[in-house]
Write a protein that binds this ligand. Structure first.
Ligand SMILES: [Zn+2]
Ligand SMILES: [Zn+2]
Length: 305
């Protein structure tokens, strides 16, 4: 039984010649050059197994950075600068701790100010937008996105993201989903229900935290207009199951990183350094620390962009 990670898929048709550079000083590397320097760390995604996302959902190769920029993806601008997070239902102490760490992760990953909305009670969700089955109580994502988050989105919000400990489903055709985001409305919701019992052990806690971080970064990436990454092993890969998403990296490939850094107008080295420090402090995940450590080393001669 598969669990899908839906996200808005946008098809880009045009390749034009716009600059990816964010610097006006000719002696400094461009954003594109800095990200391209990290290409040796981006491994090509192997051929998909028949049960994996890429085999079941054939997708176009992701658009190049220049096309992404040309197509004017959604960006935080004007008064809409903040990313809001909100808890859906009551969280226990450990769930609450994970929620706050993931908020800090989004702040580091996207270098965006993160603010909080008042917790949404599950009582606000009508009987017609929830159901009870073998997965327990499930909440319907479309109702949460369209009738709660979109309605209560603050004026200064670029996007609002809800975290749920309840399982989610988009409609009756689906068994469940990890999360769902609406690019046009700047709203998203995801569940920690299937990420393991974080109360069980320290290892289960760390695994649940990493899984929540991964889906948070992935869905927020969709909110920046970034489609699934097809070519590289990347945080923006589509995923059909926990087994598949667990095998994918927490980090972005060089190309998706360039899209995020351009969209957020952030320095590549500061994005990487923030995540290197984050993993040291919160997850102690050896793969992530190793990846961001190597990336910092590769950027060193160019880190003064
Ligand atoms: Zn996705
Ligand atoms: Zn990628």
């Amino acid at each position: 039984m598969f669990k899908f990670l839906p996200g808005l898929l946008i098809v880009y048709f045009f390749v034009l010649h716009t600059s990816c550079s964010t610097t006006t000083e000719s002696n400094k590397p461009s954003l594109f050059d800095s990200c391209y320097a990290l290409k040796p760390l981006s491994s090509i995604k192997p051929k998909a197994q028949e049960w994996e996302w890429k085999a079941m959902h054939p997708e176009e190769l992701q658009v190049p950075v220049k096309t992404y920029i040309y197509d004017k993806p959604p960006r935080a601008n004007g008064k809409r600068q903040k990313l809001y997070t909100v808890k859906l239902g009551s969280f226990d102490r450990t769930g609450n701790e994970i929620y706050h760490i993931v908020r800090a992760y989004l702040q580091s990953f996207f270098q965006i100010e993160v603010d909080t909305l008042k917790t949404i009670s599950v009582q606000e969700i009508p009987a017609g937008a929830s159901r009870q089955n073998e997965y327990g109580k499930q909440l319907q994502t479309h109702y949460i996105l369209d009738s709660i988050l979109s309605v209560h989105k603050p004026d200064d919000a670029y996007a609002v993201i809800a975290f749920s400990l309840y399982d989610l489903y988009p409609d009756d055709r689906w068994n469940y989903v990890f999360g769902q985001a609406s690019l046009n409305q700047g709203v998203g919701v995801w569940s920690m229900a299937c990420f393991g019992n974080y109360r069980e052990s320290k290892a289960a806690y760390t695994l649940s935290l990493l899984r929540t971080m991964q889906v948070a970064a992935h869905e927020t990436g969709h909110m920046l207009g970034i489609t699934h990454c097809v070519q590289y092993a990347c945080c923006m890969n589509g995923s059909n199951s926990l087994q598949e998403s667990d095998a994918q990296p927490q980090w972005l490939c060089w190309e998706c990183m360039a899209k995020v850094c351009w969209n957020r107008n952030i320095n590549v080295a500061s994005h990487i350094k923030a995540l290197y420090l984050f993993h040291h402090r919160y997850t102690r995940n050896a793969d992530c620390i190793s990846y961001y450590g190597k990336a910092l080393t590769l950027l060193k001669p160019k880190a003064n962009q």
